[in-house]
Design a binder for this molecule. Structure first.
Ligand code: UFG
Length: 327
């Protein structure tokens, strides 16, 4: 199959591309490099620098390479920034996505795997979270992902576009070749690794007064390789459904910020100083997934279920690439 991966030079996109190539697909990566790195794209994939709002590049790319399916990962992803610049998030994550969908329909490319997020649930009442839980985002990032999921439903009903939305929980870790190099890093595990390497003095812990056992937020961390495999499974199941489908992807285990720090101290042997700070706007206290539906319908299984494996892979990659992709 020929797969167009938008955002394929980014953290998750680069590893999804690697997996797609390893499983025998032709891959075309479209990325504007606003956050991604060209060196993070495997040489077997075609790389095109371009923007999702550029109709001409989209049209030419779909035509020239005979794209069968689009994996749409390109997005602004910082929850924190989404609460500062909502317009930018709605523009990039929704408006540019519509541009992509319209170009796909015009060119007869009728299948998409969409990178969605647990942030669509907001503050869930029941844990673990299943796909039929209420959808009530508490930040602009989550809202932008939910709007796009809904748009996909209508493109399905009206144009017959098939789609599967993958609601990722907290993706972390690295493959042997590729890892996280966001500038600046905003996610917990990459920041902790920078502290362990001495590149930052300490970790700011956002809030210690949540209604959790140690007062810090609980998240469900999932290895990026397990997420990458989820994309391949989704790709192979696109034809199995007549309407748009959504699946959760998490490990099913929740860890508080302090538990992640403790595990990282064990893995790295570093002290990892912390400083308690006020809560970060838009942070739900606890997000833990039920991924039973993906297990049942897609045959998905966790290959890396332990937090230690996730942190260790991130640590090994970053130790080998202390300046990320600047080499
Ligand atoms: N945190 C800190 N200090 C930091 C960074 C994070 O205490 O410097 C805390 C956050 O407050 C939160 C937890 O660590 O409680 C995890 O934060 P991340 O920024 O790593 O991740 P988020 O849970 O905010 O968001 C991530 C992805 C989103 C996705 C969401 C789904 O970035 O794309 O997981 O759970 F939607």
């Amino acid at each position: 199959m020929t797969v167009l991966v938008t955002g394929g030079a980014g953290y998750i996109g680069s590893i999804v591309t690697e997996e797609l190539v390893n499983s025998g697909n032709h891959v075309v990566v479209l990325d504007n490099l606003s956050q991604g790195h060209q060196t993070a794209v495997v040489p077997e994939a075609v790389f095109i620098k371009g923007d999702l709002c550029d109709q001409e590049i989209l049209h030419n790319t779909l035509q020239k390479y005979g794209v069968d399916v689009v994996m749409h990962l390109a997005a602004d992803k910082s929850v924190e920034n989404s609460m500062i610049e909502p317009g930018k998030f709605f523009w990039n994550n929704v408006a540019c996505g519509i541009n992509l969908l319209d170009c796909m329909v015009k060119n007869g490319v009728m299948s998409m795997v969409f990178s969605s997020s647990a942030a669509v649930y907001g503050q869930p009442k029941e844990i673990p979270i299943t796909e039929d839980a209420p959808l009530d985002p508490v930040n602009v990032y989550g809202e932008s992902k939910l709007i796009f999921e809904r748009i996909l439903r209508w493109y399905g009903e009206i144009h017959g576009l098939k789609s599967i939305s993958l609601r990722y929980f907290n993706v972390a870790g690295a493959s042997k070749r590729f890892g996280s190099d966001c500038r600046p890093e905003t996610n917990l595990i990459p920041i902790i690794i920078e502290v362990a390497l001495g590149q930052r003095k300490y970790l700011s812990v956002f809030g210690d007064d949540y209604d959790t056992e140690d007062g810090t937020c609980i998240r469900d961390y999932i290895h990026v390789l397990d997420i990458a495999r989820a994309h391949i499974l989704a790709l192979n199941h696109l034809d199995a459904y007549t309407s748009t489908k959504v699946f959760n992807f998490g490990s099913g285990d929740g860890y508080s910020v302090l538990e992640v720090v403790e595990e990282a101290r064990k893995v790295t042997g570093a002290t990892i100083p912390i400083d308690f700070c006020p809560r970060r706007p838009g942070d739900p206290p606890k997000l833990v997934a039920s991924s039973d539906l993906a297990k049942k319908n897609l045959g998905w299984r966790l290959e890396y279920p332990r937090l230690e494996q996730i942190i260790k892979s991130a640590w090994l990659w970053r130790k080998e690439h202390p300046t990320g992709y600047d080499y």
